[in-house]
Ligand binder design. Structure first.
Ligand code: MV4
Length: 450
């Protein structure tokens, strides 16, 4: 086994930076925080062993600046970089630069990030690995005419997607041939503007899918296991709001099959580190590969609480070459995570930055709160609006819902608006309580307008 790391630089901010520092401390690994001038007062700066200011508030000049981060690595003599999620976590060039400098990037190899970032390449890879994918050949469309001809064969509705896409950008549902040219043009323009790549491919449109993802982890010996699923179907404009495990739609048999498919996906490419294989699941429980995320995700605590393992610790261990031991995991009890964002849920989820005048975190049995905020903290308009993740665990889904309701009632934030009232509303909905929801459900609800 390789030496464990002496010092990890955390190339991130907010709750995930704190989350990583906590595990490093428990593992006896020194930490370096980086921060922008907007984050001087942040807890990740205080809790790390060292901290380096790398630039102004704008991410492009701080948390996204590879030269500044590499300079911080150099002056602090860190031997590994943990990218967290967002920012540079899925930037293959950054992973490659780390590699070239002899710094361990805690994540998969650059080619895996690159290949999974290109959706056509990812799909081709999954087809070769024997993982079910959405019908559609996964090659670039040559023109609108080419697309229309293929759509005739496939049958409407179809979905056209940007190969550089993700997060719903450059993606359109086409219901009839009359709409094709317009939607093709707008998808291409959006893809070009967002990614600088206007390559588009086509799939059969899966109606009312659930979003169920499988957490995997692979070691440097090519061994991959799965750590069960998360249901992320409660989304708004491709932003997840609540995640849970087990999925209310899951069966033991389906978990085995989806888990096996996710392992096949990871093994086929020799995947190293933690990763997530996202699937669309239709009403008949057919599942189709959608995307692979090559980072630790926001919702990883759902899995941590379900299987009682620290995923950041496992991630660091495989990064320094420790083999993973054996078996897949079955979730225990029921875990729900609510994302608490500094947004006004009754006003189109408009961001609500500003100073938190008073703060009280939920506590008690089965309650976990991952947050970087405190009374007096100012939520910056420059970064993501998530201020906390409220996670509960209980023996059954019904009890987890009750516990979450209790925990939301005692989660107090004053001075800014948050998504707490949204979650209180959501947990009261009969469809949610019965597990009757898919990725389109929330968009069809009449939400209160207070
Ligand atoms: C789809 C789909 C239906 N059919 N592909 C959304 C994000 C992007 N990564 C893929 N997405 C979808 N792809 C086919 N062939 C429906 C979605 C989709 C969706 C997927 C997961 C979670 C929320 C969603 C919301 C709208 C559309």
């Amino acid at each position: 086994m390789a030496e464990k790391f002496n010092k990890i630089l955390i190339a991130n901010r907010g709750e995930i930076a704190l989350r990583i520092i906590r595990t490093c401390r428990e593992m006896g690994i020194k930490t370096v925080a980086i921060y922008s001038t907007a984050d001087r007062e942040s807890l990740h700066v205080r809790f790390a062993d060292e901290a380096v200011c790398i630039g102004p508030a704008a991410s492009s000049e701080s948390y996204l600046s590879i030269p500044k981060i590499m300079a911080a690595v150099e002056i602090t003599n860190a031997d590994a970089v943990h990218p967290g999620y967002g920012f540079l976590s899925e930037n293959a060039d950054f992973a490659e630069i780390c590699q070239d400098y002899g710094i361990k990037f805690i994540g998969p190899r650059p080619e895996h990030i690159r290949n999974m970032g290109d959706k056509i390449t990812a799909k081709e890879t999954m087809i070769r690995a024997g993982v079910p994918v959405v019908p559609g050949d996964g090659t670039l469309l040559k023109s609108a005419e080419d697309g229309m001809a293929r759509a005739e064969t496939m049958g409407y509705p179809v979905m056209i997607k940007a190969t550089a896409g993700g997060g719903g950008k450059g993606m359109r549902v086409v219901n009839r041939k009359e709409d094709f040219v317009n939607l093709w043009n707008s998808a291409r323009a959006e893809a070009k503007a967002s990614f600088g790549n206007d390559g588009i491919y086509m799939e059969k449109y899966i109606v009312q899918p659930r979003h169920i993802e499988i957490q995997i982890i692979g070691d440097q010996n090519g061994r991959v296991i799965h750590l069960s699923e998360r249901d992320c179907s409660v989304q708004r404009r491709h932003q997840k709001l609540l995640e849970e495990c087990p999925s209310p739609f899951m069966t033991d048999e389906l978990r085995d099959r989806m888990g096996e498919a996710a392992i096949q996906a990871g093994e086929a490419i020799g995947y190293e580190g933690v990763g997530t294989v996202e699937f669309l699941v239709d009403a008949d429980r057919n599942f189709y590969f959608m995307e692979m995320n090559t980072r630790i995700q926001v919702e990883h605590p759902v899995t941590e609480e379900s299987i009682d393992h620290d995923l950041i610790k496992e991630q660091i261990k495989v990064a320094y070459g420790e083999p993973i031991s054996g078996k897949n995991y079955t979730p225990k009890g029921h875990v729900i995570e609510c994302r608490i964002n500094a947004e006004d849920p009754w006003n189109d989820f408009r961001p609500s930055p500003g100073k938190i005048s008073s703060f009280h975190s939920s506590k008690g049995h089965g309650v976990r709160v991952d947050t970087h905020v405190y009374a007096g903290y100012t939520v910056s308009p420059y970064y993501d609006s998530m201020i906390a993740k409220l996670i509960v665990r209980a023996p059954t889904r019904a009890e987890a819902i009750t516990k979450m309701e209790r925990a939301l009632d005692e989660f107090i934030v004053e001075g800014i608006k948050t998504t707490v009232p949204f979650h209180q509303w959501l947990l009261k909905q009969e469809d949610f309580r019965e597990g009757n929801f898919d990725t389109g459900w929330l968009g069809k609800q009449d939400m209160p307008k207070k």
